[in-house]
Write a protein that binds this ligand. Structure first.
Ligand SMILES: [Zn+2]
Length: 91
C-alpha cells in the first residue's frame, strides 16, 4: 500500500462513527399507537389527521382471502381439519 492511501486514526473513527445500529424512529399516532414517521398508521389508517387507509375494508378483505384459502385447502384435502377428523376416527 502506498502511503498516500493510508487511513489515519481520524478517518477510521469518522467511518466507524456510523456503524452503531439504532432502532426505528417511532412517532405516536393520535389513536395512541406507535407508527413510523411519514407513514400512515397501521392501526387506524390515518395520516396527518386524514383517513388514508380503509382499515375495515382491509380487514374484511384479509378475512375473505383466509376463508377462500381454507376452502381451497379443504377441497384439495390438505387442510388440518380433515387430518384431525381422520385421527379422531382412527383413535
Ligand atoms: Zn393511528
Amino acid at each position: 500500500m502506498v502511503v498516500r492511501m493510508r487511513r489515519n486514526r481520524s478517518q477510521t473513527a469518522k467511518r466507524r462513527s456510523n456503524h452503531a445500529i439504532h432502532g426505528q424512529r417511532l412517532a405516536k399516532c393520535e389513536c395512541g399507537a406507535a407508527r413510523m414517521s411519514h407513514r400512515a398508521c397501521p392501526q387506524c389508517g390515518k395520516y396527518n389527521g386524514k383517513i388514508i387507509i380503509d382499515i375495515v375494508a382491509v380487514a374484511s378483505r384479509a378475512a375473505r382471502r383466509a376463508k377462500r384459502k381454507q376452502t381451497e385447502l379443504r377441497a384439495s384435502g390438505h387442510s388440518d381439519e380433515t387430518k384431525e377428523k381422520e385421527t379422531a376416527k382412527t383413535s
